[in-house]
Design a protein around this ligand. Structure first.
Ligand code: DC
Length: 234
């Protein structure tokens, strides 16, 4: 990537572990600022669903590459929020299922997957003002982002949020707190320790601990930081 952020657009990169508040904060900030919102986790989830359905093995790089080449991913917006389409099918709900939760870190640790996803993310964001959230946004996808945020949150609060989210989607059946906790910690471990683009805080990222913040407070902090940087650029 040459130049600032995203070929003329203003880029807000939000990274952090699962359940730290990235998606909600990014979505609401994008709406308030009139920016495009890019949920890169949703893209890795959709690809994971495709892998699950196809039965292709994770160590079969050739088959995986072929599978990805024949995959069509679309992210759309409607009143209900983000809709994710996989080869034309609306999979918005299915990509949040426990099966996908269990496999997504392993799929997103693969080089062949990351390479294609990063290229697609840059393409989707090109020329736009964008709030982009994930694990490697400030480090790899948009290392020149004008504003980088790293969100942190205590594990107990992350479990509470993830459970509420699953419940809202009707996907919490039979899941105990300890199962949700185990899944979050396992994903943290894989996402932070993988060789390729591990989750890490960049030195130029603003650290925000969201444990005791309401969503409104999180959004207010990020938007205020963005406004200040945008004014500084003008
Ligand atoms: O943000 P999320 O929980 O929807 O992300 C799902 C998984 O996707 C996460 O466990 C790691 C992976 N991911 C990634 O490797 N890089 C990103 N930029 C976003 C997500």
């Amino acid at each position: 990537m040459a130049g600032k952020g995203n070929k003329h657009g203003f880029v807000i990169a939000i990274d952090g572990p699962a359940g730290s508040g990235k998606s909600t904060t990014a979505r609401l900030c994008a709406r308030r600022l009139g920016f495009f919102y890019l949920d890169t986790g949703a893209m890795y989830r959709a690809v994971t669903l495709k892998v699950l359905r196809s039965g292709v093995r994770l160590d079969d790089e050739r088959a995986l590459r072929q599978l990805l080449r024949s995959t069509r991913l679309e992210l759309c917006w409607d009143d209900g929020g983000l809709r994710v389409f996989l080869d034309g099918e609306d999979v918005s709900r299915e990509i949040r299922s426990p099966e996908v939760n269990r496999l997504v870190s392993a799929v997103s640790a693969l080089g062949v997957v990351r390479k294609m996803m990063v290229a697609e993310q840059r393409r989707l964001a090109r020329g736009r003002n964008v709030v982009c959230e994930g694990r490697d946004i400030g480090s790899v996808v948009f290392p020149d982002a004008q504003l980088k945020i790293f969100l942190e949150c205590a594990i107990a609060e992350r479990v509470r949020r993830r459970r509420a989210e699953l419940k809202e989607q009707g996907l919490d059946k039979g899941m105990s707190d300890s199962e949700v906790r185990r899944n979050l910690l396992q994903r943290d471990r894989i996402d932070s320790s993988r060789d390729l683009s591990p989750l890490r805080r960049m030195p130029d990222a603003v650290l925000i601990d969201t444990t005791h913040l309401t969503i409104e407070e999180e959004v207010a902090v990020v938007c205020a930081l963005a406004q200040r940087r945008i004014q500084g650029e003008q």
